[in-house]
Design a protein around this ligand. Structure first.
Ligand code: KIV
Ligand code: NA
Length: 275
């Protein structure tokens, strides 16, 4: 399994780090077989597998449940799990307890926390306790209601300076990597150059040290519009729907199951249910 030292080496040798989200056993298994460098059990699972319209309803128990399944599917891959909404803000004790549960019960190798203000002390405390942390700046979806929508962050010089300063603080607090979501490529390039730890971008242009995409976006698992920053490598949703339609058709007109799908009794036996 790759560790933070490998990710550090990759940054300094210029080899891009690949990350994809996974939420269950099959997606994790596919990601590992494909050879991804790290897997994120993102709280995006609230939207893409639980059907909520934001990440805010996601709980620590949800994250543990899904991390367990991912771990079973990808035993040899570095697994990062998101601490969900408000699970690292109530008190230091509460935060450490939640983090410990996600590590011990879920089996995560690392946790990801959004933001810098009010969060850097937490990154330090977790790191001191032996829990590696990845930061997350730019568009931080748990703060969607504070940000006022899912918008690109750091477009003005002032906002960019703040984001840059936050990135440095997150690194100083001990983060092992930093996710940059929806920030201008000029800014993420500068941050990537200035930080020692690897940056992993989503909607942050080509200059970050790694890239992350949501599993469902990458393979086209859901219908509907995908964000501008997504590259869809497949469109499996119509294939799934078509397969289910054909199954329904076959059952309705009795062309499934066929002889080859059916079992037979031993030749010499006779059924007599009316004995
Ligand atoms: O939850 C998630 O999928 C994420 C990525 C978009 C970085 O946090
Ligand atoms: Na997330």
């Amino acid at each position: 399994m790759k560790t933070r030292l490998d990710f550090m080496k990759m940054k300094h040798s210029g080899e891009p780090i690949t990350m994809i989200t996974a939420y269950d056993y099959p997606s994790a298994k596919q990601a590992e077989l494909a050879g991804v460098d790290m897997i994120l059990v993102g709280d995006s699972l609230g939207m893409v597998v639980l059907g909520y319209d934001s990440t805010i309803p996601v709980t620590v128990d949800d994250m543990i449940h899904h991390t367990k399944a991912v771990k079973r599917g990808a035993k040899e891959t570095f697994i990062v799990t998101d601490m969900p909404f408000m699970s690292y803000h109530l008190s230091p004790v509460d935060t450490l307890r939640n983090a410990t549960r996600i590590m011990q019960e879920g089996g995560a190798d690392c946790l990801k926390l959004e933001g810098a203000d009010g969060v850097t002390d937490t990154i330090l405390a977790l790191t001191n306790g032996g829990i590696p942390v990845i930061g997350h700046l730019g568009l931080t979806p748990q703060s969607v209601n504070v940000l006022g929508g899912y918008k690109v962050q750091g477009k003005s010089a002032k906002a960019a300076e703040k984001l840059f300063a936050d990135a440095k603080r997150v690194q100083e607090a001990g983060a092992i990597a930093l996710v940059l979501e929806c920030v201008p490529q000029q800014l993420s390039k500068e941050i990537s150059l200035q930080l020692d730890i690897p940056t992993i971008g989503i909607g942050a242009g080509p200059h970050t040290d790694g890239q992350v995409l949501v599993y469902h976006d990458l393979i086209g698992y859901l219908d509907g519009r995908v964000p501008k920053f997504v590259k869809q490598y497949a469109s499996i949703s119509p294939t799934i729907e078509q397969s289910i339609k054909e199954y329904i058709r076959d059952v309705k007109n009795r062309t499934f199951p066929e002889e080859k799908h059916s079992f037979n009794m031993k030749k010499e036996e006779k059924i007599n249910l009316y004995r």
